[in-house]
Write a protein that binds this ligand. Structure first.
Ligand SMILES: NC(=O)c1ccc[n+]([C@@H]2O[C@H](COP(=O)([O-])OP(=O)(O)OC[C@H]3O[C@@H](n4cnc5c(N)ncnc54)[C@H](O)[C@@H]3O)[C@@H](O)[C@H]2O)c1
Length: 441
C-alpha cells in the first residue's frame, strides 16, 4: 500500500484518486479551492460523473480517500504526488502554466522536510519540455533537493474521456510513463501493475508529446469527417454512408468520424492550439493543425446554413437550441460549440431559446440574455426551427406531440445521432449536418 497525493481535484485528479483508492492505496486529494475540498470530503464531486461519484463516496466512507487544502503537508506525507491541475489556453493559444508553476512550488515545499524518496508525477497536459524545464527547477528550488537523486520525476499523460472518466482510468487504452531516470519510471509503472493495458516507458518529453499527438489525431479525424461532409452536402450526397464505409477500413477506424458542429470540450481545442503554438516557437508552421482549427471554427455555420435553407432568413425567428454542454451526458461547457452557434444565431437577429439537461446554470453565466426553457419539449414549443447541438439521449425521446407544437417543425441534427425516421414520423422535417440529398434541403 502506497500513500498517494493528488494535487488538483478536477476530472483528472478525482478519477486518478479514485482509481488508486480502488487499487488499494491511501489517497489524499489536495485542492486550493476550499469548496471543492468540502465537496470531496462529503463524498461528492463537483461535476456530473455518476459512477466516479459513487465509487468516491465508498472510499471516503472507508477513510481510504480524503481531501485537504493543505497541499504541502499532504505531499510530505505521501510516496507519490500527481500534479493534475488545469492548463487552460491563453489568448495566443499557449497554455497558461501558472497553475502548474504554483502547484510545483507547493510540491517543492512539501518535499523540503521529507527524508524519503518520493516520485513527482506530472499528469496535467503540458507541452513538451515543460516537465523538465518548468516543473523540475521550481520543485528543486522550493525543496532544496535534486531531481533523480533525492526525488523522482515522471510524466504520465491522461487519456480519459469525460462521461466515463473512471472506466477510462481503470481500463485505459495504454499507460504511458515518461521519466528522467529508470528508478522513478519503474516505481511509477509498478503502481499500475494490476491494470491490464499496453505499457510504454519513455522519456519526459516524449510522454508529453504522446498526449498532444493523440489529441491532435482525434481532432484531425473530426475535422476530416466534417470536411468530407461539407463537400458531400454541396455535391448532393449524404455523408453518413460515405464516412461509415471509410471508417470500415481498419487503417482509419470508425470512431470520431461523424459529421457535426465541430469539437469542443476542455482538451481538443486547447491542445491543438497549444501544439500549434509550440511548433511555431520552434520555427515550424503547422499548416495541418491550423486547418484543423479553421474547419472547426466554421462548422457551426453548417448547421445554420441548413436551417436557413429550410426556413429562410432567421431574423425575428424563434430558434430552439437543444444541448449546451460540449457533448451529451456531461455538464462541462468548456469550449462548447453552443457558444459560437448561439452567437451566430443572435448575429442573424434570431430569438434563441435554449435547453440542456444539466448545463443551464453554468451556461447562463456566459450567456445571461437568451431565453432558457425547463425541458426539451418546452424549448421547441412554438419554435420556427430547432438545432440539436449536443447528443443528449433524452432528445431521442421527443415525441410527435412535442414536435407538433413547433410553429415550424424543422429539426437540424447537429450531431447526426437522432433517428431520422423517428423525427419524420413525429411530423417534423429532419436535416442532419452533412446531409446533402437534393430536394431534402
Ligand atoms: N478533463 C479531461 O477530460 C481531461 C482529460 C485528459 C487530460 N486532461 C488534462 O488534465 C489537466 C487537468 O484537467 P481537469 O479537467 O481535471 O481540470 P479541472 O479544471 O477540472 O481541475 C483542476 C483542479 O486543480 C485545482 N488547482 C489548480 N491549481 C492548484 C494548486 N496550485 N493547488 C491545488 N489545486 C489546484 C483547481 O482548483 C481544480 O479543482 C489539464 O491539463 C487537462 O488538459 C483533462
Amino acid at each position: 500500500m502506497m500513500r498517494i497525493c493528488v494535487v488538483g481535484a478536477g476530472y483528472v485528479g478525482l478519477a486518478t484518486a479514485v482509481m488508486f483508492g480502488k487499487l488499494g492505496h491511501e489517497v489524499v486529494c489536495a485542492d486550493k479551492d476550499r469548496d471543492r475540498v468540502r465537496t470531496v470530503k462529503s463524498g461528492k464531486i463537483p461535476f456530473h460523473e455518476p459512477y466516479l461519484e459513487r465509487e468516491l463516496a465508498k472510499l471516503v466512507k472507508k477513510r481510504i480517500l480524503s481531501a485537504t487544502d493543505a497541499a504541502a503537508q499532504a505531499v510530505e506525507d505521501s510516496n507519490f504526488i500527481f500534479i493534475c491541475v488545469q492548463t487552460p489556453s491563453l489568448a495566443s493559444g499557449r497554455i497558461d502554466t501558472r497553475p502548474v508553476k504554483l502547484a510545483s512550488k507547493t510540491v517543492g515545499k512539501g518535499l523540503r522536510d521529507a527524508d524519503d524518496y518520493k516520485v513527482i508525477v506530472m499528469k496535467s497536459t503540458v507541452v513538451p519540455s515543460t516537465t523538465d524545464s518548468v516543473v523540475k527547477p521550481i520543485v528543486e528550488e522550493a525543496s532544496g533537493k535534486t531531481s533523480s537523486e533525492d526525488f523522482g520525476l515522471c510524466m504520465n499523460p491522461e487519456f480519459l474521456q469525460e462521461g466515463h472518466a473512471l472506466k477510462d482510468s481503470m481500463q485505459p487504452s495504454r499507460i504511458v510513463v515518461g521519466s528522467e531516470d529508470r528508478r522513478a519510471g519503474n516505481l511509477l509503472m509498478g503502481l499500475y501493475e494490476s491494470i491490464v493495458a499496453p505499457k510504454i516507458m519513455t522519456d519526459l518529453r516524449s510522454a508529453e508529446m504522446i498526449k498532444y499527438a493523440s489529441n491532435t489525431g482525434l481532432a484531425t479525424k473530426i475535422s476530416f469527417a466534417n470536411e468530407i461532409a461539407n463537400m458531400c452536402v454541396r455535391i448532393g450526397i449524404d455523408s453518413e454512408p460515405v464516412l461509415k464505409a471509410v471508417g470500415m477500413d481498419p487503417r482509419i477506424g470508425p470512431q470520431f468520424l461523424k459529421p457535426g458542429l465541430g469539437f469542443g470540450g476542455s482538451c481538443l481545442p486547447k491542445d491543438v492550439r497549444a501544439l500549434l503554438d509550440k511548433a511555431k516557437s520552434e520555427g515550424y508552421e503547422s499548416r495541418l493543425l491550423a486547418s484543423i482549427l479553421a474547419i472547426n471554427e466554421q462548422q457551426p455555420l453548417e448547421g445554420i446554413r441548413l436551417l436557413e435553407n429550410a426556413i429562410g432568413d432567421l431574423s425575428g425567428k424563434r430558434i430552439a437550441v437543444l444541448g449546451l454542454s460540449f457533448k451529451g451526458g456531461v455538464d462541462d461547457i468548456r469550449e462548447t460549440r453552443a457558444i459560437p452557434l448561439i452567437r451566430e444565431l443572435r448575429d442573424r437577429k434570431a430569438k434563441v431559446v435554449a435547453y440542456d439537461p444539466m448545463a443551464i446554470g453554468s451556461f447562463k453565466k456566459v450567456m445571461p440574455r437568451i431565453e432558457y426553457a425547463t425541458s426539451a419539449a418546452e424549448c421547441i414549443r412554438s419554435a420556427d426551427g430547432c438545432i440539436v447541438q449536443a447528443d443528449w439521449a433524452e432528445f431521442k425521446h421527443l415525441g410527435s406531440s412535442a414536435f407538433r407544437r413547433m410553429k415550424n417543425p424543422v429539426v437540424v441534427d447537429g450531431r447526426r445521432f437522432l433517428d431520422p425516421d423517428t423525427v419524420r414520423k413525429a411530423g417534423a422535417k429532419y436535416l442532419g449536418v452533412g446531409y446533402g440529398t437534393p430536394g431534402q434541403q
